[in-house]
Design a binder for this molecule. Structure first.
Ligand code: 26W
Length: 826
């Protein structure tokens, strides 16, 4: 009976229309006769939101009633993208909304397109968190996300004269998907001193942290609807503001207007902006403040919720699992220990036992420059009590290591949380391992690598069982059903409805149709339609016409040397040089290609910005060269983000995942592209390896050296005699240095990386293999029927890469949580 429609919940088209009009006229105070797409978006979003909110409230009530163990996913990034379309699809209201809105004179696509992306993340790690929230709700797990409500998400990228420029992303002026909870306000302290206090029950002198600066955390809640279920979970984002009033009236009244708002701004700065670094640790104080602010508020909230149940503390890990999305929330371990020993007065060992059973830590990178290290003086100043607790955690840990491996002084040095040097620094990954009961990598190779390299000593100390693998996954709801509805519909017509969206292994049924001519034709027509759509987008935004029948070769991801966009663009130049040499007859036999790039460079990452400049410069030369017209086009798509990915991903023939072996922890866009019937050219790295295992070697274009060869190759570059650059690559470098793509000085850093920089990412070693493999791609593409077979077979075998599978593995192996079934609807 609880399904009975509530006040503002709607059921049919007419009711939906009434709700839209009501919201436009009353909530927005606009005339329905003067309603543009934007106002129609707002009205639609608010109407859909009402339905969501009802389910959300019911879910939260039910979860509170059931009082099962919950998982809390702590992530500094949630790269959500747009919400409206996803919310309509997950709740099954899209058809109703489409019809309803069309009768009011709007197209649903235009309405959807009005929404600003929620871009509170950099790349893979943030999008993974968003996919996981979708799966957690779809699988009915009681789960909360905790993050920061940045006023500015990842910057918007503009390309000006071929170079990246950054523009702030102010996204909050109309955000119907968040609910401020002004009653959930938590004080968080920074700085101050630690002083001896009164004795506790056992006669020990308590440590009191006091006299610091206090900032308030205000909760903003975002509903996360599951697909095909009423379960709607909560994402809680914290916003910072000054504690106790807006600004200092004393200063204000005495005429010090600037001083009065300075404190306010100081406090608000904490949640003002997302750090735009991906895989590079800058070690800035404000970032540490963000981390503690978010962790302290979240833990306070979690502990408060636990205390309502009046259970003994030892049951905490039976009620609470906390997952650390990389080391960014590692202070949560220290904060929980602090709450237990300083505030709740538990003995150290008892507290520590509870803490370590509560946390799990996921590592997302092996790149040394990405491993977080905080300077001890910085932590001493900002969080003096936490530093003491970290020292104690480290001391007890090292004592236990010493007992297990007596007299191994070097081992103690190697595994200490405190790294010697000036200044000393804290190795956050080590602290995360010591304070968690499970540590996982995000693809098999990656999980093996962390055990064999950066965390080897910890495997010896804690044993193999503490370390595990959970291969990443993606939500098929957004990345197939929402981004590629035609393909989703075709699949549904063959595999027996849309159940595959909740059980992706059902895709295997598609293999029955690989020889079905009509099906294959439809399949390839859908791919072509997606390419036409992307070509139109490219035309509208860049004025460049691309041929939808050409081979679409796409690399979209953050720009980073390890991801090797430079190898891709060098390959494009090499292709261009070969085309230029050919006779018109030879040219006619070539497969036309469109090379599409997209991705942001961290604002301070010069090399990445240079790579972007080379891509745009090559485009300027190639795209206007009439001699090869139609055979090669080079496109850089500005401001790559989640909503653009939804247009780009369905349109690939081939996508590039060509990181130096051993550097890409998993990759997740590789999964998205294959799920949409694109093939991969890639290295034996991250999840590419498992994708190959699932779909078969004959359906992927692998290239390059293996992870096990990387160390030797790097050694050769550094110390070997007479290392010569691959001649094909030499030829490309010569053309760049001759000024073919503008002043060679622009690219001197890029060339130097290959020579005097010892080619750390091994572009020279893989280039030949890369070029040869691209030739194989052309060859395979000539056989369109064979290509269709590969495409269909691959999709059929992608079931493993659903985020649902990943979440079920975490639930069983790491969190020990069960779904919370809601009373059946209807
Ligand atoms: C401290 C600066 C910083 C910021 C972000 C360091 C590291 C990060 C992230 C951990 C980088 C990241 O997004 N890693 C990516 O995580 C994805 C999800 O697991 C993987 O698929 C990608 O391979 C990995 O690069």
């Amino acid at each position: 009976t609880w399904r009975k429609l509530s006040a503002s919940e709607f059921d049919g088209k007419e009711q939906f229309q009434k709700e839209v009009v009501r919201h436009v006229e009353t909530t927005l105070a606009r005339s329905i006769y003067n309603c543009d797409d934007n106002a129609a978006y707002s009205g639609t979003a608010l109407a859909i939101r009402d339905n969501l909110v009802i389910k959300w409230n019911k879910t939260q009530q039910q979860q509170t009633l059931q009082d099962q163990k919950r998982v809390y996913y702590l992530s500094l990034e949630f790269l959500m993208g747009r919400t409206l379309d996803n919310a309509m699809l997950n709740t099954g209201l899209k058809d109703t909304a489409r019809e309803g809105i069309s009768e009011l004179g709007f197209r649903i696509e235009d309405i959807i397109d009005q929404e600003h992306d929620a871009a509170l993340g950099n790349g893979g790690l943030g999008r993974l968190a968003a996919c996981f929230l979708d799966s957690l709700a779809t699988l009915n797990y009681p789960a909360w996300g905790y993050g920061l409500r940045y006023r500015y998400g990842i910057f918007k990228q503009e390309i000006i004269n071929g170079f990246q420029a950054e523009v702030p992303d102010y996204w909050l002026d109309f955000n119907p998907w968040e609910f401020p909870r002004h009653d959930v306000a938590i004080d968080v302290m920074f700085y101050g001193t630690v002083n001896p206090g009164p004795r506790d029950d056992r006669g020990n002198i308590k440590k009191v942290w006091e006299g610091g600066e206090i900032v308030q955390a205000i909760a903003y809640d975002v509903p996360i609807p599951g697909y095909g279920t009423d379960c709607t979970n909560n994402l809680r984002l914290w916003s910072s503001k000054p504690s106790g009033g807006e600004f200092d009236f004393g200063k204000f009244n005495s005429g010090d207007y600037e001083g009065s708002i300075r404190d306010q701004q100081r406090a608000e700065t904490i949640s003002a902006v997302l750090y735009p670094n991906d895989n590079i640790d800058a070690g800035k104080e404000l970032r540490l403040k963000q981390q503690y602010f978010w962790v302290a508020a979240s833990l306070h909230d979690i502990v408060r919720r636990f205390k309502k149940s009046h259970r003994p503390w030892k049951e905490f890990p039976d009620q609470v699992a906390i997952q650390l999305n990389d080391t960014h929330p590692t202070l949560a371990i220290v904060e929980l220990q602090r709450i237990f020993i300083d505030i709740e007065c538990l003995p150290w060992d008892e507290a520590w036992y509870i803490v370590t059973r509560t946390f799990g830590y996921t590592n997302h990178t092996v790149l040394p420059e990405a491993l977080e290290k905080w300077s001890v003086p910085l932590v001493q100043n900002l969080l003096p009590r936490h530093l003491q607790i970290i020292y104690d955690i480290n001391l007890f840990f090292l004592q236990s290591v010493e007992r297990k491996f007596p007299k191994d002084r070097d081992l103690l040095r190697r595994v200490s949380v405190v790294e010697e040097g000036t200044p000393q620094v804290l190795r956050m990954a080590y602290l995360a391992i010591i304070g968690s009961h499970k540590v996982n990598g995000v693809a098999e190779l990656h999980s093996d690598l962390i055990k064999a390299t950066i965390f080897k000593d910890f495997v010896d100390i804690f044993g193999q069982d503490k370390f595990t693998n959970v291969t990443n996954g993606i939500t098929p709801r957004r990345w197939l059903h929402q981004a590629n509805p035609k393909l989703s519909d075709l699949i549904a017509s063959k595999v027996g409805g849309y159940d595959f969206l909740q059980n992706l292994t059902k895709l295997t049924v598609l293999e029955k149709y690989v020889d079905d001519k009509a099906f294959k034709k439809e399949w390839m027509e859908i791919k072509l339609a997606a390419k036409v759509k992307l070509a139109k987008y490219i035309k509208d935004t860049t004025q460049i016409a691309v041929n939808p029948h050409s081979l679409f070769d796409i690399q979209v991801k953050r720009i980073h040397e390890y991801k090797r966009q430079q190898m891709n663009i060098f390959g494009v130049i090499y292709r261009y040089l070969r085309l230029k040499e050919m006779t018109p007859e030879e040219r006619k036999k070539q497969v036309p290609r469109t090379s599409i790039f997209g991705g942001k460079a961290a604002p301070g990452y010069w090399m990445a910005k240079t790579i972007i400049r080379l891509i745009t410069a090559v485009g300027e030369v190639v795209n206007r060269d009439e001699e090869i017209n139609g055979l090669l086009k080079v496109i850089f798509i500005e401001d790559y983000n989640v909503s653009k990915a939804e247009i780009i991903v369905p349109a690939s023939d081939i996508s590039e995942h060509i990181s130096t072996a051993g550097t890409e922890a998993s990759g997740t866009s590789n999964m998205k592209f294959v799920l949409n019937g694109g093939l991969i050219i890639g290295t034996c790295d991250g999840a590419n390896i498992e994708i190959t295992r699932e779909i078969g070697e004959e359906n992927i274009f692998l290239l390059g050296n293996l992870a096990e060869q990387v160390e030797d190759l790097r050694h050769q570059h550094r110390f070997g005699k007479d290392v010569v650059m691959d001649p094909k690559l030499r030829e490309v470098c010569d053309v760049i240095e001759a000024g073919k793509f503008g002043s060679e000085q622009t690219y001197s850093g890029l060339i130097a990386a290959l020579t005097t920089g010892f080619d750390y990412y091994l572009v020279s070693d893989d280039f030949s293999s890369y070029i040869a493999t691209q030739d194989l791609v052309d060859e395979a593409y000539r056989d369109q029927d064979g290509w269709a077979t590969k495409s269909i077979t691959s999709v059929a075998r992608m079931g493993f890469f659903s985020a649902d599978r990943a979440i079920n593995e975490y639930a069983e192996e790491v969190w020990n949580i069960e779904p919370c079934e809601l009373p059946k609807s209807g």
